[in-house]
Design a binder for this molecule. Structure first.
Ligand code: AMP
Length: 419
């Protein structure tokens, strides 16, 4: 019988050692920069209750209606988290995090799952980092969240990005706008795409988000939501723009940028890169002042963003930005004979105790093969040990970069390595 061949599921990707260094570099950078912005990490389970995600994201969203991976076990319905805003808000409410005082300034890094049709920059398991600031309605919070997002891309060297900005107002201004939008679309209802027809009654704002060709002429001359903002929403929006300008963060206003769910309010933004092809969104976010209450907490304003890590790495590849160093090891102990191998094994800890990485051949290969292996591993130094070295207690310490060698004792080697 033929052996079965096992593969990852469609759209799910292994991250192999050759790629892991850029991931580790990126994760470390996000953590370091998050600390600078006084953000605290939060980690929630990979699985949540299906009801939370349906309620949190809204039944009508693509994610909930088509893209969640869910299953049940006993009486419980599980879903692999498709995003982290609803789970973070769930954690905030469940653990009464408001009692910690102040606004909760949180960040996360981790895998998300959506059953989308895979293509470049779109996977079924992908990774996001993001920020959620819960407990402030101040436009300054919106701007700090955006500033952090932009800061990460700048720090990495991805400079050619466009920040798109909009305000979708508070529920009252949005209701007035929805009515105006429906009024405007009504005469052409029959010409809209099927998806947009479906959205017309329940969620007309999402029509502005449509990628269907037949909808575009109607979207292009649709009324602008920014003309319908209440005084308070308008003031908030003006303040966001003013603070962004003060920080020299360039933005483009896009009155058709919407976040479809009802709990989204005021600020909406997206970061686009021309280096990504059709999946050009690096990150997106906005204010969601009504979500905490929707999930069962006290009314609490909040703002956040989520950024795709695979897309960030694709942009780096396109731009020739290398993240992290090449793999290397500080010391490779090259041994000849059993006694030397034993010596090598027992002296590895002395080197590692200094915080210096060290390895040894695991295969009993010839000295020539070991030297070749040391080169393959990008070893900085080799310590060469044979019977003669063991007798004299002097070992060949080889600088692999400039090919210089000296014959010295092990304590002298440790001294050289520590300098
Ligand atoms: P969203 O949570 O849909 O606002 O997405 C935020 C960011 O996550 C997007 O701008 C993308 O960079 C990234 N993203 C979303 N869905 C996927 C996916 N299926 N594969 C890879 N990245 C994704």
């Amino acid at each position: 019988m033929a052996q079965p061949t096992y593969k990852t599921h469609l759209g799910m990707v292994d991250i192999l050692p050759d790629d892991i260094r850029k991931w580790q570099y990126l994760e470390q950078l996000i953590r370091t920069e998050a600390e600078l912005f006084n953000l605290e990490e939060i980690r929630t389970p990979i699985m949540e209750q299906t009801e939370l995600i349906v309620r949190g994201l809204g039944k009508l969203t693509d994610i909930v209606s088509k893209e969640i991976f869910s299953f049940s076990r006993g009486d419980d319905n599980y879903v692999l988290r498709p995003e982290l805003t609803a789970p973070v808000v769930r954690a905030y409410v469940e653990h009464h995090m408001e009692q910690r005082g102040g606004s909760q300034k949180l960040y996360y890094i981790g895998p998300m799952f959506r059953a989308e049709r895979p293509q470049k920059g779109r996977q079924r398991q992908f990774h996001q980092f993001g920020v959620e600031v819960i407990g402030s309605d101040d436009p300054l919070a919106d701007v700090e969240v955006i500033a952090f997002m932009i800061h990460i891309y700048k720090k990495i060297g991805i400079k050619n990005t466009t920040l798109k900005l909009n305000s979708i107002g508070d529920p009252e201004s949005r209701d007035t706008y929805k009515a105006a939008l429906k009024e405007y679309l009504k005469p052409n209802f029959e010409k809209l795409s099927d998806v947009s027809k479906e959205r017309f009654e329940k969620n007309p704002l999402r029509i502005l988000d449509s990628k269907e060709e037949e909808d575009q002429p109607f979207i292009e001359s649709a009324p602008l939501i920014t003309d319908y903002l209440s005084d308070e929403s308008l003031q908030h929006y003006q303040a966001v723009k003013e603070y962004l300008t003060d920080l020299d963060i360039a933005f483009e206003e896009d009155p058709y940028l919407v976040r479809g769910m009802d709990y989204y309010t005021k600020t909406a933004f997206e970061l686009i890169s021309p280096d990504l092809g059709s999946q050009d969104a690096l990150a997106g976010g906005g204010r969601y002042d009504l979500l905490v209450e929707e999930i069962g907490g006290q009314p609490t304003p909040a703002v956040g963003f989520a950024a795709g890590m695979e897309r960030l790495l694709i942009a780096c590849d396109e731009l020739g930005i290398q993240l992290g160093d090449e793999k290397s090891v500080d010391v490779y102990i090259v041994t000849l004979g059993d006694a030397a191998r034993k010596w090598g094994l027992s002296h590895l800890p002395d080197i590692r105790d200094l915080g210096i990485s060290a390895t040894i051949d695991y295969k009993g290969r010839s000295m020539k093969a070991q030297m070749k292996d040391a080169n393959r591993e990008n070893a900085r130094y080799a310590i060469i040990v044979g019977d003669h070295e063991l007798e004299t207690n002097k070992f060949t310490f080889r600088d692999m970069v400039n090919s210089e060698e000296e014959s010295i004792s092990f304590p002298e080697i440790l001294e050289r390595l520590s300098n």
